[in-house]
Design a protein around this ligand. Structure first.
Ligand SMILES: [Zn+2]
Length: 242
């Protein structure tokens, strides 16, 4: 009986519902930063790993949001398009979203303040989390980026051409991740959200916002899978300089 009880003790005592959930990413942020914008896998294949997430498109043609069984593309002009299964992504992060914790934050927060408040509520900052925030927001600022043609510039050069979309009193859903510091370079450490307005007519990569009494659905992940692109562009991309 003693042995039986011993093997039932969970490895991590965070009150996390099992089974263990997995994040899946295509390529690395370092490769995307270096301009590896070639499509690596199709959305048909990406969907097998999850329909909740974010990323971009071949040629860095806008911002990707995966929400409610659908992938959406926010173009540089702000138009939101459905994504075909045949389209490809050079960089994306998805999961099967099954939140295990709800964090309620009374008060009004900037995006920076929200991150600090969430950090204090999460059970540990050493795991990846998927996060969703749905509701009415006093203010949100999204951006998108223009599609590129080869030879591709760096990500930083394209972001200089970003278009900003500002909203007030807007109903929207934010889909995002918080990744631990030791994943910087593989992905973006810290918080990263993409959003879609409730009417599904606008969205993008979240730059700023105001949050009133936000309710954050949280899923801790103990498993993380990376698919490195099987492309010459990835194979030959310059290694980042430390
Ligand atoms: Zn983004």
């Amino acid at each position: 009986m003693g042995i039986f009880l011993a093997v039932c003790v969970p490895l991590v005592s965070l009150g996390v519902a099992h089974p263990v959930s997995r994040g899946f990413q295509v390529s690395t942020l370092d490769a995307l930063s270096a301009g590896v914008f070639e499509g690596a896998i199709s959305f048909r294949e990406l969907r097998r790993h999850g329909d909740f997430g974010l990323g971009t498109f071949a040629g860095l043609d806008g911002e990707l949001i995966g929400l409610d069984n659908q992938f959406y593309q926010v173009k540089r002009d702000g138009a939101v398009l459905p994504v075909s299964d045949q389209s490809q992504t050079p960089f994306a992060v998805v999961t099967q979203f099954k939140p295990t914790q709800k964090i309620i934050l009374p008060g009004t927060f900037t995006y920076t303040e929200l991150q600090t408040a969430l950090d204090q509520k999460l059970p540990s900052l050493n795991y990846p989390y998927a996060l969703a925030i749905e509701g009415q927001f006093p203010q949100l600022q999204f951006r998108s980026v223009p599609g590129q043609t080869p030879p591709y510039p760096t990500l930083a050069a394209v972001v200089k051409q970003q278009t900003l979309f500002n909203f007030e009193q807007v109903s929207a859903t934010l889909v995002g991740f918080r990744l631990p510091q030791n994943m910087q370079g593989i992905n973006a450490a810290g918080y990263h959200f993409h959003g879609l307005t409730k009417d599904k007519k606008s969205g993008g990569h979240l730059l700023a916002g105001q949050f009133r009494n936000p309710v954050v659905q949280v899923q801790l992940m103990q498993d993380w899978q990376i698919q490195f692109p099987d492309t010459a562009a990835f194979a030959q991309s310059p290694a980042p300089i430390p």
